[in-house]
Design a protein around this ligand. Structure first.
Ligand code: SF4
Length: 236
């Protein structure tokens, strides 16, 4: 039985993007208080272990059909949690490559420095890594990671992955009101961004409903933080 799901294809500049989810439920190393999957019917499993799912053959057949119908320029693996936890990810990426298409992979970034996740991510043409906190206590409180995970290790993992990754690295920082929207937090983010030297930097407000009511910063504040981080980043 197919367990992949697909978004409506969309354009990004002049490229057609096919965005897909490769997890039947939410499997993630974190359980964020503002996770957009948290209010859905899906089961939530917090883990950093590889997971095996039945139905890969049917799922790849559906992916094949989608590619034939959409004719995308890129396949974006953006799942209900951490796509790297699907033990079939290498086969899925190979399948897309056999169709002569590049792959973009979204990860929260924590597993990217660890094997086998690092080697798998290295086969993708584009990888997105994220950050949503700058203080340990807030990381533990709001992202509720697997036991033993720390923000310092998270930062080191992003850097370790980035410094050996040959593809296009996209760094996505989400600004959450009351947690990482201070000037101090912006300077911390600026330093991390300068160290990462991403190919693409995206600094966003948290906009997922209903969490946006309490946790979305104003457009003006988002612009200010962008200014602080980008001026530091480009001046390095
Ligand atoms: S990292 Fe993303 S998918 Fe995982 S719990 Fe947090 S918001 Fe949800």
């Amino acid at each position: 039985m197919n367990y992949f799901t697909f978004k409506e294809p969309y354009k990004e500049q002049d490229r057609t993007i096919l965005e897909m989810n490769i997890l039947p439920d939410k499997y993630c190393t974190f359980n964020c208080i503002y996770c957009p999957v948290s209010r859905t019917q899906y089961k939530h499993i917090k883990t950093d272990r590889l997971v095996h799912f039945e139905g890969l053959e049917d799922s790849l057949a559906e992916l094949n059909r989608q590619i034939d119908t959409v004719h995308p320029d890129l396949v974006f693996i953006n799942s209900l949690g951490e796509a790297v936890l699907n033990d079939a990810l290498p086969q899925i990426i190979s399948f897309i490559h056999e169709r002569k298409l590049p792959v973009r992979l979204l990860s929260n970034g924590y597993p990217l420095a660890l094997e086998p996740y690092k080697s798998i991510a290295n086969t993708c043409e584009e990888v997105i890594g994220e950050i949503k906190n700058w203080q340990e206590k807030d990381f533990q409180l709001t992202q509720r990671p697997v036991s033993g995970y720390t923000l310092a290790q998270y930062r080191d993992n992003l850097l370790a992955f980035r410094h050996q990754y040959p593809g296009k690295f996209i760094f996505e920082a989400t600004i959450v009101k009351g947690y990482n929207d201070s000037d101090e937090a912006a300077f911390w983010l600026a330093q991390l961004t300068a160290d990462l030297q991403p190919d693409v930097l995206s600094i966003l407000a948290l906009t997922d409903k209903p969490f946006d009511k309490k946790l979305k910063i104003s457009d003006e504040r988002l612009q200010e933080i962008n200014r602080i981080v980008r001026s530091y980043f480009t001046s390095k």
